[in-house]
Design a protein around this ligand. Structure first.
Ligand code: CP
Length: 325
């Protein structure tokens, strides 16, 4: 049986954003509000309150134009936990293949009475475009190489759970920074919450002028390894690369892969994260991925709470007249 949310409504009353397009556009206070709301949902779940009634009578549409396991499933389950109805859209087999435009497709789905749209697309800015053309809230579930805000929020939530605060922590994002929307969202979020951020990888996979975002650059993981409190191992995005950006996968794994040998030289309490899907043996060896410092599955569990928090905060409560603009 679902229950109404017996929580502090002041967070929701202070929330003013209609869309979640990226962490670039959120303040430290807004990011913290999402984290705190997710923590509240976790507390309720631990008390057995796993089904809440706050989105009862609303519809959440998952519009995925790119493959996904974690984000899609997690948003779908988050909507159900909040008692929303859900619609699952997949590009293949839709009228897109008959030439319907992206915006027309979304507007037709919205016309069925959808309240919130979750969108993943290979084109940077696709969610922003929908936000301009739809009346519903739009949540970015990953747009090309641009942003993946809920992934960064769940990464940050997981770090906060393990280390208490982000302030003063040194966090490394290791790997394919150029092609990574996860890296971009993490940089915005981590910097806003006071962490020191090092981006580390082959020079060919680090964007020019990335220092302008307030991060440090390292091309030698072993040099910075002893300083790191948290290491987020990004996936090599073979599907986005044109190839030739590093000599071989074996060399990448040798220079930047997290393995048992490097773990011996890391801090005793280092936290190992990976957004997934992981290339086992490339960015991370199985012993590290499944070892005691790894929080990879905690990240997935926390992703559900973060997505519940986002859907809840963005929900326009028409009954109480909140605008959520
Ligand atoms: N981390 C992540 O976005 O995974 P999916 O592609 O499976 O959603």
């Amino acid at each position: 049986m679902s229950t109404a949310i017996p929580t502090d409504t002041s967070i929701k009353q202070r929330w003013t954003k209609r869309h979640l397009l990226g962490l670039e556009y959120l303040s430290a206070e807004e990011i913290t509000m999402i984290l705190d709301q997710a923590a509240e949902f976790k507390r309720l779940a631990e008390q057995g309150e796993t089904k809440l009634g706050v989105l009862s009578g609303t519809v959440v549409a998952n519009l995925f134009f790119e493959p996904s396991t974690r984000t899609r499933t997690s948003f779908g389950l988050a909507a159900k936990r909040l008692s929303a109805d859900t619609v699952e859209f997949t590009a293949s087999g839709s009228s897109l293949v008959k030439g319907e435009t992206f915006i027309d497709t979304a507007r037709n789905i919205e016309a069925m009475g959808v309240d919130q749209v979750v969108v993943r697309h290979s084109t940077p800015g696709a969610p922003h475009l929908l936000a301009q053309h739809l009346n519903t809230s739009v949540l970015n579930a990953g747009d090309g190489t641009h942003e993946h805000p809920t992934q960064a929020l769940l990464d940050i939530f997981t770090i906060r759970e393990h280390r208490g605060s982000l302030k003063g922590l040194t966090v490394a994002l290791v790997g394919d920074i150029s092609h990574s929307r996860v890296a971009r969202s993490n940089i915005w979020g981590l910097k806003k919450l006071g962490a020191r951020v090092i981006v580390c990888g082959p020079a060919t996979l680090i964007p020019k002028h990335v220092e302008r975002l307030g991060v440090e650059v390292a091309t030698n993981l072993d040099k910075v390894l002893p300083e790191l409190d948290c290491i987020n191992l990004l996936r090599i995005q073979f599907e986005r690369q044109r190839g030739g950006l590093f000599p071989s996968i074996a060399e990448y794994a040798h220079l930047f892969g997290m393995n048992g040998e490097r773990m011996k030289r890391a801090k005793d309490d280092v936290v190992i994260l990976a957004p997934g899907p992981i290339n086992r043996g490339v960015e991370i060896t199985p012993d590290v991925a499944d070892g005691k410092h790894s929080v990879i599955l905690d990240q997935v569990t926390n992703g559900l709470l973060i997505r519940m928090a986002c859907l809840y905060l963005l929900h326009v409560d028409k009954a109480s007249g909140e605008t959520g603009t």
